[in-house]
Design a protein around this ligand. Structure first.
Ligand SMILES: *Cc1c(COP(=O)(O)O)cnc(C)c1O
Length: 474
């Protein structure tokens, strides 16, 4: 095989465009679940590496044919599994261009456009969420890494407060930093604590209420019990219930401790819930989040940016930069104070130009569109709550604060856990819509997460009917 030529691109890219369009256009009519399980896809392609190559379009055609059987309609308006957004048209198109442009998004010298679109997209997120304008940001793979970035900045500042440069000296022999998490925090926070050397088992766990919200009085007790630096991890939008920690009360307690001279940092995991800030009617639910020190959220959940796109925001720019900056003789330092080099703010060096798709999504929606998306999806969640909750044998387990609904099904045979799991499986199998299961406070439940920008009233009505039919099967 010789060198690749410019003319090699047209056939595979045109095929990709057609294939993508038929996937997207079929979403409203195809079953939401995948046609075949992973094992069948494995059997179809698990062969030794081919000895000789193939024409690019042939590779794409064969790949897309097999993959089609194993793709779930995750961007469908009737996909309610986990917490998964769709992809807005401009954001998907921008993301294609990102692949074609193939920019290594480390420095603005290397790629002026990618560095600047990222910088502006981050500023737009800070504006939309009403966070301090002087905050710094970073685009990451998801909220997992955004939590890691926020907590790395926290670690830097916490130890700097006791004259310990953690970037240089590490954690071995360092003064203790206490980490406080809520009982119902997301498990990615615990993985971030592991990655950062704090350990997940060392975290102090504060109890939560019935909707998964950290109990502020219990946190206040912990804050007054311990001396030395403390990092508090609060949550806005529990992955099961959508429950929002009482952030204003928490922030006040953090501030009081800080003013008494003890270093205290408040990190907020708001992977999806932070976007409620963009809604005038819902922002009261998440009030006080602007008082935190760092925030993690996702572009690929509620804002319907295609995977992957996470956002870390840190109020203390210097701590953020100290925790992430990289220096190497062959890498250019920023030569313009108005433009930053992404590699000084993120855990990666080489990385995808994620800023274009996020920029496109926010430009497509505007402030008004983001608000409408948040309001509409939360209204759909309330309709699920009201209509499913009115059916015999159905209990709504959570207080629907945002876009998440937890539903439990009882067939009257004393086996509500088993029946609920059956309903989840049957709904998935039947294919009209897709919801996933969970256990909430010891009870099996179906989770309905409404995040997709395309979900309309008809999608909700058809999904409620499909769920009711599954519940009626015995
Ligand atoms: C989804 C979620 C995460 C993890 O986000 P990823 O984008 O999957 O890394 C973290 N915290 C909360 C509250 C979430 O809902």
């Amino acid at each position: 095989m010789g060198p690749m030529h410019r003319r090699d691109f047209r056939a595979p890219l045109e095929l990709a465009a057609q294939t993508a369009l038929s996937f997207l256009e079929d979403l409203p009519t195809r079953p939401v679940r995948a046609a075949q399980p992973a094992r069948s896809i494995l059997d179809a392609i698990d062969r030794p590496v081919p000895a000789v190559g193939s024409a690019p379009a042939d590779v794409v055609r064969a790949l897309a044919e097999v993959a089609a059987r194993g793709l779930t309609a995750m961007p469908s308006g009737r996909f309610f599994g986990w917490v998964i957004g769709g992809g807005l048209p401009s954001a998907i198109a921008a993301d294609w261009l990102v692949s074609a442009w193939d920019q290594n998004t480390g420095s603005h010298e290397g790629t002026p456009a990618a560095a600047v679109f990222e910088q502006v997209a981050l500023r737009w997120v800070i504006e939309l969420l009403g966070l301090p304008a002087s905050s710094s940001g970073a685009l990451t793979t998801g909220a997992q890494m955004a939590n890691t970035v926020g907590l790395a900045a926290a670690r830097n500042a916490a130890l700097a407060s006791v004259d310990w440069d953690v970037e240089d000296r590490g954690l071995i022999g360092a003064p203790a930093v206490r980490i406080i998490v809520g009982e119902e925090r997301h498990d990615t926070v615990m993985r971030s604590l592991r990655l950062l050397g704090f350990g997940s088992g060392a975290a102090i766990v504060v109890p939560a209420d019935g909707n998964g919200r950290m109990r502020a009085e219990a946190l206040e007790r912990e804050l007054s019990t311990h001396r030395g630096p403390i990092v508090v991890c609060a949550q806005v939008g529990n992955v099961n219930t959508g429950g929002v920690d009482p952030v204003r009360t928490i922030a006040r307690a953090v501030d009081a401790r800080r003013r008494a001279g003890d270093f205290t940092w408040l990190h907020v995991d708001g992977a999806f819930g932070l976007w409620a800030r963009a809604s005038r009617t819902l922002s009261a639910v998440v009030e006080g989040v602007e008082l935190a020190d760092s925030w993690a959220t996702d572009g690929h959940k509620w804002p319907n940016v295609p995977y992957d796109c996470g956002v870390a925001i840190v109020a203390d720019r210097d701590a953020h930069r100290r925790s992430m900056a990289i220096h190497a003789s062959y890498l250019p330092a920023s030569s313009d104070p108005a433009v930053r080099n992404p590699f000084d703010w993120t855990p990666e060096l080489s990385r995808r130009a994620r800023g274009f798709a996020l920029y496109a999504a926010l430009a497509e929606m505007g402030r008004e569109g983001v608000e409408a998306l948040v309001d509409r999806t939360c209204a759909h969640a309330r309709r699920f709550r009201d209509e499913l909750g009115a059916m015999p044998g159905v209990t709504i387990l959570n207080e629907v604060e945002l876009n998440q609904v937890l539903v439990r099904f009882d067939a009257g045979d004393g086996g509500a856990d088993a029946h609920t799991q059956r309903v989840v499986r049957e709904v998935q199998r039947e294919g009209t819509c897709y919801a996933t299961g969970t256990t909430w406070r010891g009870l099996a439940a179906m989770r309905i997460s409404v995040c997709n920008a395309s979900t309309d009233e008809d999608d909700v009505a058809r999904s409620i009917d499909a769920i009711a039919r599954a519940h009626a099967l015995r």
